[in-house]
Design a protein around this ligand. Structure first.
Ligand SMILES: NC(=O)c1ccc[n+]([C@@H]2O[C@H](COP(=O)([O-])OP(=O)(O)OC[C@H]3O[C@@H](n4cnc5c(N)ncnc54)[C@H](O)[C@@H]3O)[C@@H](O)[C@H]2O)c1
Length: 348
């Protein structure tokens, strides 16, 4: 088992990664409540068991308030523990409830998808969808502990696994050349979910994200933006398809388009785009719009892109790869962004 901690602003976040590591939670003193989807049964002993609907429909303010109600009626206080066990959607809604209950009780994230393990469980962002907007309401709230039990991945469908790999590849491309090389050399064992190799991939991803978050927890110092690589265009693709294109696939194409823009604008070294394409293809991820097999309305995608949180007046702040494992942030004029994106998304 890998066991380490990272200081993020004012809290120490403890991380445990390995197989069958859930037993680590038995030694906690205090009441334990667990939130999980109906489909995910657990042997974990808890004082309170809350079943919720998973997927985006469960990421609703009413679900967050139901969790709060159940904690209240079971007499939980701030010293107790709330365990979020599930994919990113379950972690997001539970994290939000934990942060607002009595101004915060101890949150433990137990991600059960690869995306949850390498991304959603880490960094302290949570949220619920509200009035058709994703993650409209939420807080920054660091978990007390993150327990990544690799045995959950045994049952994860290959397509969900692949989508999680898109975020892993993102870290490799902009933050971690060593991870890029490792992913290049170990494709077969990773896709076969060899435990030792997976542990290394997940550990590197968690470390990369935690490092960024420890430098810029609230996204105010221009560092956390790196995690947004591929996401400006990726989110646009999601919106343009009415959220039919899954996030991991959308950011895969988003990373290709953004790397191309970086190269065309002269920020990325020659060869970066080929390296991006090569690794995404190796993992069976889409590199162009026609591989998404979904209708994406380009005008709608572009409109949504201009409403991105990273937009600053007439410009959009974007993290660009400069060479594999390195990046810089660039303010891109919106006109330039729109015309490059149109080319990449196939609009006129
Ligand atoms: N807070 C953050 O920093 C952050 C970062 C990235 C993504 N997110 C959020 O995460 C969500 C996406 O997360 P996700 O991809 O994990 O989706 P998800 O939670 O919808 O889970 C995907 C699917 O996998 C199933 N599943 C979960 N664990 C399983 C297991 N062990 N075996 C078999 N099936 C399993 C679920 O039932 C679901 O159908 C989005 O809402 C996104 O906004 C948050």
């Amino acid at each position: 088992m890998i066991d380490f901690s990272e200081k993020i602003c004012c809290s120490e976040v403890r991380v445990k990664i390995g197989r069958e590591v859930l037993g680590e939670l038995d030694s906690l003193q205090g009441k334990k409540g667990i939130v999980h989807p109906r489909t995910l049964r657990t042997q974990l002993k808890a004082d309170l068991d809350i079943e919720i609907e998973d997927g985006e429909r469960g990421k609703d303010i009413s679900v967050a308030m139901r969790i709060v109600d159940e904690l209240l009626s079971s007499g939980f206080t701030r010293g107790d523990y709330l365990i979020a066990m599930g994919g990113g959607t379950v972690l997001d809604v539970t994290g939000f409830s934990a942060s607002i209950f009595m101004r915060g009780l101890n949150l433990i994230n137990v991600p059960t998808t690869l995306l949850g393990m390498v991304d959603a469980a880490i960094g302290g962002k949570n949220g619920v969808n509200y009035r058709l907007a994703k993650n409209m309401i939420g807080t920054f709230y660091q978990p007390f502990m993150i327990v990544e039990d690799l045995s959950f991945l045994d049952t994860l469908p290959v397509e969900e696994f692949r989508r999680g790999m898109a975020e892993v590849i993102k870290y490799a491309l902009v933050l971690d050349k060593e991870l890029y090389d490792f992913l290049s050399l170990n494709h077969d064992s990773i896709m076969k979910r060899n435990q030792d190799v997976l542990e290394k991939v997940i550990y590197s991803s968690v470390k990369d994200k935690l490092f960024v978050v420890s430098e810029d927890e609230r996204e105010t110092k221009g560092v956390r933006i790196v995690l947004n690589f591929g996401h400006t265009i990726g989110h646009a693709i999601e919106a343009g398809s009415d959220f039919k294109v899954p996030h991991g696939l959308a950011i895969s194409v988003g990373m290709v388009c953004e790397a191309k823009i970086a190269e065309e604008m002269g920020y990325a070294e020659e060869g970066v785009v080929e390296d991006v394409l090569w690794l995404l293809q190796l993992y069976g991820l889409p590199i162009s719009m026609d591989q998404l097999n979904a209708k994406v309305e380009v005008e709608r995608a572009l409109k949504s892109m201009l409403m991105d949180k990273k937009r600053r007046g007439e410009e959009t702040l974007m993290p660009f790869p400069t060479r594999i494992g390195n990046w810089r942030s660039v303010s891109v004029p919106n006109d330039t962004l729109v015309s490059f994106s149109k080319q990449c998304l196939g609009g006129n």
